[in-house]
Design a protein around this ligand. Structure first.
Ligand code: CP
Length: 308
């Protein structure tokens, strides 16, 4: 039974209630089954147009939003921003208003500036879905991670989960912390000093600076890559080898967590840096392929609930 869903935009996790999150994940569960059947396509969003506006690189989010919209019968326009008139000096708002004037139904926006999707949402008629904005939020990633945790662990309440690595620059960490706190999970972050978030006291998490102490008793471990694109020069100078030794996860360090602990990663992974290649490829412990599959179903649910 899906509760009423009254949002026009999906900008962050904070604006969603626990009931909204549950509605999205329940509907995504239905779509996940449909996506494994012979009849993957439906017509819920026939006649709607979804526009992908990605100003930052993406493989998973962009492709899965594209597939999600098409599976629901919508038409998708991927705006090639590299060859768009943004390069001739047009502002992002003018670009969005231009596309909005073509009577489209939704914008899926990724941008390096925190708050950009919300700013656009205040000016366009279509729905805006945040596909990642700077270090602020990546709501559909947190939703697909929660769906994966529920599939593997059954419940979020009381679940012990460690989020490890470059927390300071991670929108994935912020959206996950917000969602997991809403559902009563016990969240730890493990990071070197340079990657501890400046807003740590507001996050409602326990903080550790070593994997050896932070991983004890964990049901799930979420690894993050170092977000070099957001680092200023000289901000972090540890070699990849040293980082892997101290903060990378391999089977040996995972042994500190509970025996049935699972490993999540939003990807892209950097093998041999934040995660060992052997662990990344161990489908008994590492659930990245489940996360990616759930990404399509969650984005179908979000588009369906926002646009229908
Ligand atoms: N998880 C994630 O956002 O991946 P992409 O950058 O490939 O979209």
């Amino acid at each position: 039974m899906i509760n009423s869903f009254s949002h026009k935009h999906l900008l962050d996790i904070e604006r969603l209630s626990a009931a909204d999150v549950t509605s999205i994940i329940e509907l995504a569960g239905m779509y996940a089954s449909q996506n494994r059947s012979d009849n993957k396509k439906s017509a819920q969003l026939a006649g709607k147009i979804v526009v992908n506006l990605f100003f930052e690189n993406s493989t998973r989010t962009r492709t899965s939003f594209d597939i999600a919209a098409k599976r629901l019968g919508a038409d998708v326009v991927n705006v090639p921003v590299e060859v768009s008139s943004v390069k001739k000096g047009e502002t992002l708002l003018d670009t969005a208003l231009t596309i909005d004037a073509m009577q489209v139904d939704a914008f899926v926006i990724r941008h390096s500036e925190a708050g950009l999707p919300e700013y656009i949402s205040k000016h366009v008629k279509g729905s805006v879905l945040n596909a990642g904005d700077g270090t602020h939020a990546h709501p559909t990633q947190a939703l697909l991670d929660a769906m994966t945790l529920l599939q593997c662990k059954g419940n979020l309440k009381g679940l012990n989960i460690a989020i490890c690595g470059d927390i300071e620059h991670s929108r994935v960490a912020r959206s996950n912390i917000s969602l997991l706190n809403k559902f009563g999970a016990k969240v730890r972050i493990i990071a070197p000093r340079q990657f501890m978030p400046g807003d740590l006291s507001k996050l409602g998490v326990e903080a550790f600076d070593s994997m050896e102490s932070g991983l004890v008793g964990m049901d799930a471990v979420m690894m993050l890559r170092i977000q070099h694109e957001r680092l200023t020069s000289g901000e972090f100078s540890m070699s990849a080898e040293k980082y892997h030794k101290q903060y990378g996860l391999d089977h040996e360090k995972l042994g500190i967590a509970k025996p049935d602990a699972i490993v999540l990663h939003p990807c892209p992974i950097n093998r041999g840096v934040e995660i060992s290649s052997a662990l990344a490829d161990d489908a008994n412990r590492c659930v990245i392929w489940k996360q990616i599959e759930n990404g399509v179903a969650v984005r179908m649910a979000c588009l369906d609930l926002l646009l229908r």
